[in-house]
Ligand binder design. Structure first.
Ligand SMILES: [Ca+2]
Ligand SMILES: [Ca+2]
Ligand SMILES: [Ca+2]
Length: 401
C-alpha cells in the first residue's frame, strides 16, 4: 500500500502506520508525503515537511521520513505547514530556521483546498541553495521574516514556481521582501501572486540580483512595500539590480516605495531594465526602466480586489469591474489560471496576467453580484445601474491566473 492509498484512508488514522511504513523504504524518485504539520527536526512521531526536505536532500531516511532517491517529490496536503524553529548558528543545516533545499526536488500540492507553508515570523520560509533545482506549485508561502534577503524565498540555484502566492513576508534589513533571486540564479514564475511583502532595502515584492535571470508570465505583483524605514531602497513591486528580467501577461501595480526622496522613488519597479514580452500592466512607471511593447498598458490602475479566496488552493486578487486588465492578455498565457481553471477558449485571456472569465458574464448595469439560482433575471445587487458599479463581479476573474 503506497502513500496515495494510505491518504485515502484518512488523515488521523494513518499517521502512525505511515511513519512506520516510510522508514527504510526508499524508492527511485521517491514521493514523500509529510504526515504532520508540526515543525519536527528529527524527533517527534511524524514525518514533517522539514524532515522530508532533509531526507530528500540527502537520500537518507530521517526523522520518520523515508529516504529520497535522486529527483524526489514532496506532496503536500491541504492545511498549513507552520515553521517554528528559529535559525541556529550553524548556517544552512536544514534543522532550524528556513527550509534549505539542495539537489533536485519538487514540492507540490494538488487540489483546490488551500495549502500553505507559514514561516511563523521566525525566519525565511524557503532557501534554494546554489546548484539546487526546485519546482514548486499549488501553495502559499507566507509570514517569513528575516534580516537577510528573500524573506519568503531566497533562490541561489534554479526555481520554477507556479500556481502559488507569496504574501506577507518581510526582510527587516535587506532586499527582496517576498523573493530574492540572488546572484546568477535563474527563476521562472507562472501564475503567481506576490502580494503584501515588505523590504527595508530594494524590491518589496521581488529583488533580482546581478547577472541572474527571471521570467514572469501571468504574475501579479501588488501591495508590496520597499524601504520600510523611509531612507533608501527602490522598486516597491520589483527591483532589478542588474540581471535579466522578462515579463509578459503580468501586472505590477499599487506597490509602495516609502522613501522620502522623490528623486529615487520607484513604487512599482526600479533599477535595471525590465524587458517586455507584451501584454503587461505597469501601474506607476516612475523610476521604472521599462519600454512598452505591444499590448502593454502603463500608468493605469488595474482595479484589483483584495487578496482573497477566489477559489483554488491559493488566495488571489480578483479583477474588479471595468479593470483595464480584462481581456487584455496575450499569446503565451498559461493555459489555466492560478486556481487551475482553464482560460477562456478562443480568447487571449484577461490582460496583465489575468485569468479567463469563470462563467460569469462581463458585468454591465444590473448584472452585478452572485446570480440568483431561481430567476433568469440578473440580480441587481450593487452599484449604480448606469454609472461605475462598486462591487466586484461574481464569479471573479483573477489577474494571475
Ligand atoms: Ca519526525
Ligand atoms: Ca533526493
Ligand atoms: Ca538557509
Amino acid at each position: 500500500m503506497g502513500f496515495r492509498r494510505a491518504r485515502r484512508l484518512g488523515w488521523v488514522g494513518v499517521l502512525g502506520t505511515m511513519a512506520a511504513m516510510l522508514v527504510g523504504a526508499p524508492a527511485l524518485g521517491a514521493v514523500v508525503e509529510p504526515n504532520t504539520f508540526s515543525d519536527e527536526n528529527g524527533g517527534g512521531t511524524g514525518c514533517s515537511l522539514r524532515e522530508a526536505i532533509l531526507a530528500t536532500n540527502t537520500d537518507t531516511a530521517f526523522g520518520g521520513c523515508p529516504a529520497g532517491s535522486g529527483a524526489d517529490t514532496i506532496s503536500l496536503v491541504a492545511g498549513t505547514y507552520g515553521l517554528s524553529i528559529p535559525p541556529g548558528t550553524t548556517g544552512d543545516d536544514k534543522l532550524d530556521g528556513d527550509l534549505d533545499v539542495e539537489g533536485q526536488l519538487t514540492i507540490t500540492h494538488a487540489g483546490v483546498t488551500p495549502a500553505a507553508i507559514d514561516g511563523g515570523g521566525v525566519h525565511r520560509v524557503i532557501h534554494v541553495l546554489g546548484a539546487a533545482n526546485l519546482t514548486a506549485s499549488g501553495f502559499t508561502i507566507r509570514n517569513g521574516r528575516t534580516s537577510q534577503s528573500g524573506a519568503g524565498i531566497r533562490n541561489e540555484g534554479s526555481l520554477e514556481l507556479s500556481n502559488a502566492t507569496v504574501a506577507g513576508n518581510e526582510t527587516t534589513a535587506s532586499f527582496g521582501g517576498g523573493i530574492a533571486n540572488s546572484g546568477t540564479a535563474t527563476m521562472s514564475l507562472t501564475n503567481v501572486t506576490v502580494s503584501g511583502n515588505r523590504a527595508e532595502s530594494d524590491g518589496g515584492g521581488i529583488d533580482q540580483g546581478i547577472g541572474g535571470r527571471l521570467d514572469l508570465n501571468n504574475v501579479t505583483i501588488t501591495g508590496n512595500t520597499t524601504d520600510i524605514s523611509g531612507d533608501t531602497g527602490g522598486g516597491g513591486g520589483i527591483f532589478n539590480a542588474g540581471g535579466t528580467i522578462n515579463l509578459k501577461n503580468t501586472i505590477i501595480a499599487r506597490n509602495l516605495d516609502n522613501t522620502s526622496d522623490p528623486i529615487v522613488k520607484s513604487a512599482d519597479c526600479g533599477g535595471a531594465a525590465l524587458t517586455s514580452g507584451r501584454n503587461n500592466l505597469i501601474g506607476d512607471p516612475t523610476g521604472c526602466n521599462f519600454v512598452a511593447s505591444g499590448g502593454d498598458k502603463i500608468n493605469v490602475n488595474p482595479l484589483l480586489g483584495p487578496l482573497a479566496n477566489n477559489g483554488g488552493a491559493t488566495f488571489t486578487h480578483a479583477l474588479l469591474a471595468r479593470s483595464p486588465a480584462v481581456n487584455a492578455g496575450g499569446a503565451g498565457a498559461a493555459p489555466t489560471d492560478q486556481r487551475g481553471v482553464p482560460r477562456r477558449a478562443g480568447r487571449l485571456g484577461d490582460g496583465g496576467g489575468a485569468a479567463h472569465r469563470t462563467g460569469g458574464r462581463r458585468r454591465r448595469s444590473g448584472t452585478c453580484g452572485r446570480p440568483r439560482a431561481s430567476s433568469r433575471r440578473p440580480r441587481r445587487a450593487c452599484g449604480r445601474p448606469t454609472s461605475r458599479p462598486r462591487c466586484r463581479r461574481w464569479p471573479p476573474r483573477i489577474p494571475s491566473g
